[in-house]
Structures are given as structure tokens and as C-alpha cells.
Write a protein that binds this ligand. Sequence first.
Ligand SMILES: Nc1ncnc2c1ncn2[C@@H]1O[C@H](COP(=O)(O)OP(=O)(O)O)[C@@H](O)[C@H]1O
Ligand SMILES: [Mg+2]
Length: 270
Amino acid sequence: MADEKKLCLSGSGITKVFGIGRQKTVAVDHVDFNFYEGEIISIVGESGSGKTTLAKMLLGLISSTEGDIYFLGQKRDISSQKKKQEYWKNIQAIFQDPFSSYNIFNKIDSVLLDCIHMRGGRKLPYAKKVELMSEACSFVNLKFEELTNKYPFELSGGQMQRLMIARIFLLKPKILLADEPTSMIDACSRATILDMLMQLRDETGMTLIFITHDIGLAYFVSDSVYIMEHGKFVESGTADEVILHPKEVYTQRLINDVPKIYEEWDLSTV
Ligand SMILES: Nc1ncnc2c1ncn2[C@@H]1O[C@H](COP(=O)(O)OP(=O)(O)O)[C@@H](O)[C@H]1O
Ligand SMILES: [Mg+2]
């Protein structure tokens, strides 16, 4: 099994320093990682540990101060806008605050149409596009007919999150990065969102990277866990290794903060 695993995204010495002199913040400090195809990874750490900064570097939204990122074994090249667009077909994200993820002046059908166009479907007949958009909406239990002509801000937080997953359904990226995707919504929609992401992962074989402060979630969903403290990965391994047999005091503390690690994410009770 182990020798079948193919590297999807890896990094060595990834570092991000904001500011200079006394204002300097080392947000991400020489992290190394190997994420494999089809794997579910969680990056866990307290607020301010550098998770979102790392996510933005993985996405190519901000540059790194030091270090190299490899995509499918090749050094990532996003030096031109065209190469960036190409890279973004492979890696997509859903963020904590779904409201920040949309251009509020774009109607929902244009949000979804953009996804079809990104996947090379610009020349498809309109009826076929509607069929694809409807399929994506029904995957996340939204009705496309009710959404056309609406703006994202007319949806509830939970509906917005589901719309983001509908986008992923259309885009079918190799890697999906989910930065605290469930922290803005209630427990019930949280379970639904997770369920949808896992189903999408099973269907597409994508690599799923969860970024979270919730070690209970990490244990529930992941193959591999990376623990982040002050910009560094202090511990990593399989979910069982890291969470059932933590070596670091910091990891133990994160675990002790979650008294009901096994119960909280039991989707079967929802
Ligand atoms: N654009 C920025 N400019 C300066 N400092 C930043 C910026 N973004 C993040 N930081 C700092 O980097 C550190 C890590 O932040 P962040 O990556 O958002 O952590 P997390 O997502 O784990 O809460 C924090 O100290 C934060 O204040
Ligand atoms: Mg964050």
C-alpha cells in the first residue's frame, strides 16, 4: 500500500515572514510536508499558529519568504498569470467565511457558470450547462431553479457553504483545501457539510486538506495530522499516532481541550 502512494503536494522549508525589524512576524517557520493523492490531511493548531498563512501559500495567493512547493513531484511554477490559472484548476479552497468568497455583484448562476468555463466547458450548449449546474446544486441539496437570479448575499450561511461545495463539484480539483469550513455554522449543517465533502472525496479521489483548531474533527476525518504551533509543525503522523499517542505537550493540551473527542463528530446520530 505504502509504495502505491503518489505525492500530490509537498513542501520543504516553507516560511513566511510578515513585516521587518521589530514588527517582524514569522507566521510560518520552515515547515516540511508530504501530502499524498487521495489522502485526507488535517492541519491543527490554535488561532494565530499560522494555518491560514500556510493555506494561502499552498494556494499561491501569497508568496513564501523561503522554501519550495512541489506539485505532483515537480517544482510548482506559478510565475505567470496563465500558469496560476492552470494551477488553480488543480487546487481550490473553501474558507471559513463563505461571504468573503464571492464577488457580491455576481449572481449565483454566473458563479457556477464560471466553474464550467474554467473546466473548458465554455462552448457547451446552454441547456447542457444548466444540466451540469442543476446536478451540482442537487448534490448539495440546493434547487438550481430557486437560485438563478439570486445574489450570494441572499442565501443563508449554510446555503452559501453548500454553494461553495457545488462549485467544487463542478471544478473537480485534485486538491481541496478547507480552512475552518464549518466554524461559522450550526452543528447540524456542520455535519452535513462534512458529509458532502467526504462524499465528494470518495467520488473524485481528491486530496482533502482540512485546516482547523478542532482536533476532534481532525481525528474523525483524517488519515494524516500535522500539529502546528507558532508557525512550526511540532508533530505529525497518522491520526491514530498523533491523537491517540501524542508525544508533544502542545498536542496533549489541544486534546485535553476537547473532552468529547469521539462523540462530537459522530455523523450517524445526526
Ligand atoms: N497579512 C499579514 N500581515 C502581518 N501579519 C500577519 C498577516 N497575516 C497573518 N499575520 C500574522 O501571522 C500569524 C499567523 O496568522 P494566521 O496564519 O492567520 O493564523 P491562524 O490561521 O492559525 O489563526 C499571526 O500572528 C498573524 O497576526
Ligand atoms: Mg486562520
